[in-house]
Design a protein around this ligand. Structure first.
Ligand code: NAD
Length: 351
C-alpha cells in the first residue's frame, strides 16, 4: 500500500518521539512492502517562531491532502507562563481539529501485562481493562463563547452543544460498541447542566437504532471515581470535550504512564494519530521521553487502513520491549533506563 503521511512533530519532546515512530513505521513498510511518503510540516510554537501562527495554511494543505496525519505534541512554557500571549500553540491544535473536521478523539485504555504491578492501582482492579473513551473534540466549553466583563473581574466560558454534534459523536460510539462488547456509557452532568440534558435526550433517542447495545448513563463525577475503582465495568464511554479531556488523563494511570497511551482523532476527512501526552518541556532535547505512545498511535493508523497484521506487529514489539526492560526512565525504576532513540532503534530492529 502507498501511504502519504503528514508528519507534525511540534514542540518539546514531539520531534524526539515522532522520530522513533517513523523508524518503526519504516521498518514495518520494509517488512510488508508498503511505501510510506512522509510529509513534514510545521505546527505549534515551532510554527509560531517560523511563520507567526501555530497552524499555518501550508500545514493545513499538507494535512488535508495526506492519507493520515501523525502528530507529536505542541506547547511551550514561554506561552504557558504568559496569559496575555495573543497567539498560542494550543490555538493551532484547536484550529487543526476544526479545519480537518476531527470531531472525535478515540482513546483506548488497556494494561500491559509486564507493567501491571507498576501501576499505583491494584492488579485485581485493572488486569484485563479494555475500554475506549470517545471524547467529543470540536464543541463544548473549549469552543463556546468566552470573555471578561465587569472591568475584567468576571470571566466566563460557555458550554454549547447542538443535537447534530452530539448525534455524530454518539453514532461513532454506538458503532464502536457494536464491534466490541455492545456496552455504551454516556457520561454527562445531566443533573445540573442543560447541555448534558441535551446529550442524554439525544443518545436516548438513538437507542432504538441499536437495540443490541446496552446503554447506561452516568454522571461525570461518579465516573471519575469508578474509572479507577473498577475500570473493567466500562467498554465504550462517550462524553463531551472537557469531561473527556479530564477522564482520559485519569485513565492513563491504569496503563502506567502518560508516555504509553495512543489516540486517534477522527471525523469526516483525514484521520490524525497522536500520543495523549503533551510536549513535556522538561524532557525536551534530553532523549529521555517515552516514545511508546506515539509508536502505538502509529499502530492505530495501520489498523485503520486495514493493515491489522502490521498493527499487531507493532504492539507485539512494544510488549516485548516492556517485558525485556528496554524502557525509558519513566518505566525503568531500578533497572537501566534506555534513551528515547535507543528504544526506537530496538523496536525498529525487532520489527
Ligand atoms: N496534544 C498536545 O499537544 C498537548 C496535550 C496536553 C498538553 N499539551 C501542552 O504540553 C505542555 C506541557 O503540558 P503538561 O506538563 O500539562 O503535560 P505533559 O503531558 O506534557 O506532561 C505531564 C507529565 O506527564 C509525563 N509525561 C508526558 N509525556 C511523557 C512521555 N512521553 N514520557 C514520559 N513521561 C511523560 C511527565 O511526567 C510530565 O511531567 C503544555 O504547553 C501543554 O499545553 C499539549
Amino acid at each position: 500500500m502507498k501511504l502519504d503521511i503528514a508528519l507534525l512533530a511540534g514542540d518539546g519532546i514531539g520531534p524526539e518521539v515522532i522520530d522513533q515512530a517513523v523508524k518503526v513505521c519504516d521498518a514495518i513498510a520494509t517488512k510488508y512492502k508498503h511505501e510510506i511518503s512522509w510529509k513534514p510540516a510545521l505546527t505549534g510554537a515551532a510554527a509560531i517562531d517560523a511563520v507567526g501562527e501555530p497552524y499555518p495554511d501550508e500545514t493545513h494543505e499538507v494535512c488535508a491532502s495526506a492519507d493520515a496525519v501523525l502528530f507529536g505534541a505542541i506547547g511551550h512554557p514561554r506561552f504557558d507562563n504568559d496569559p496575555s500571549a495573543k497567539v498560542r500553540p494550543e490555538q493551532g491544535l484547536l484550529k487543526m481539529r476544526q479545519k480537518l473536521g476531527l470531531f472525535a478523539n478515540v482513546r483506548p485504555t488497556f494494561t500491559f501485562p509486564s507493567l501491571i504491578d507498576k501501576s499505583p492501582l491494584k492488579r485485581e482492579r485493572i488486569e484485563g481493562t479494555d475500554l475506549i473513551i470517545l471524547r467529543e473534540l470540536t464543541g463544548g466549553v473549549y469552543f463556546g463563547e468566552r470573555g471578561r466583563k465587569d472591568d475584567g473581574n468576571t470571566a466566563f466560558d460557555t458550554m454549547t452543544y447542538t443535537r447534530a454534534e452530539i448525534q455524530r459523536l454518539a453514532k461513532k460510539g454506538f458503532e464502536m460498541a457494536m464491534n466490541r462488547s455492545k456496552r455504551l456509557c454516556c457520561v454527562d452532568k445531566a443533573n445540573v447542566l442543560e447541555s448534558s440534558r441535551l446529550w442524554r435526550e439525544t443518545v436516548q433517542a438513538m437507542e432504538k437504532d441499536y437495540p443490541e447495545v446496552e446503554v447506561s448513563y452516568e454522571f461525570v463525577d461518579a465516573v471519575a471515581m469508578r474509572l479507577v475503582q473498577w475500570p473493567k465495568g466500562y467498554d465504550v464511554i462517550i462524553t463531551e470535550n472537557l469531561f473527556g479531556d479530564i477522564l482520559t488523563d485519569e485513565a492513563s494511570v491504569i496503563s502506567g504512564s502518560m508516555g504509553l497511551m495512543p489516540s486517534a482523532s477522527v471525523g469526516e476527512k483525514t484521520k490524525l494519530y497522536e500520543p495523549i501526552h503533551g510536549s513535556y518541556p522538561q524532557a525536551a532535547g534530553k532523549d529521555i521521553a517515552n516514545p511508546l505512545a506515539t509508536v502505538l498511535s502509529a499502530a492505530m493508523l495501520f489498523e485503520d487502513f486495514g493493515l491489522q497484521q502490521e498493527a499487531d506487529d507493532i504492539r507485539r514489539v512494544v510488549n516485548k520491549s516492556l517485558a525485556e526492560g528496554i524502557v525509558t526512565e519513566d518505566l525503568s525504576e531500578d533497572a537501566k533506563a534506555y534513551k528515547t532513540s535507543e528504544v526506537g532503534d530496538w523496536l525498529a530492529k525487532n520489527v
